[in-house]
Design a protein around this ligand. Structure first.
Ligand code: CUA
Length: 155
């Protein structure tokens, strides 16, 4: 079979692009451990405030420089609304919603989750830099959506 020179170029370009894309996905998933936020854990959204650990939202130390941060999203706020985190701490977030779908994005980090009622989202982040981090709801959730925010202070 005869392939024209330009056809070969196009085949190489297409094949090369495919290999690059698959390598990027493969490396980020298997070597760097990137994965969609887990929502395998479920919860009754009617009983969030009675269900552990969401009955006591807040920051809990669970190891040396390691913390669990339990947060509840509800129209139109996050509980707790302000969190102090020591610099260098590794924080395991656990977030759920009491009512509708909310967003949970933390500025200056890769944290960006969709908080669906009935599910518990978890993600881990290490705060290596001091400063103020804004938590934003980035899913439209109703009339007060634009005021729904909280703050993390790392010092
Ligand atoms: Cu909660 Cu928008």
């Amino acid at each position: 079979m005869h392939l024209h020179k330009y056809e070969k170029w196009w085949l190489m370009l297409g094949g090369g692009t495919l290999i690059i894309f698959l390598s990027v996905i493969g490396i980020s998933a298997f070597a760097m451990g990137h994965a969609p936020p887990s929502d395998h854990m479920t919860i009754d959204p009617q009983k969030v405030s009675e269900t552990k650990p969401f009955d006591e939202p807040g920051l809990k130390q669970i190891g040396e420089n390691e913390y669990e941060l339990v947060m509840v999203s509800q129209a139109f706020t996050f509980l707790p609304n302000e969190v102090q985190i020591p610099k260098g701490a590794t924080v395991h977030f656990k977030v759920t919603s009491k009512d509708v779908v909310h967003g949970f994005a933390v500025t200056k980090t890769n944290i960006n989750m969709m908080i669906t009622p009935g599910h518990i989202n978890s993600i881990t982040h290490t705060f290596d830099e001091e400063g103020s981090y804004l938590i934003l709801c980035n899913e439209y959730c109703g009339a007060g959506h634009q005021v729904m925010s909280a703050r993390i202070e790392v010092s």
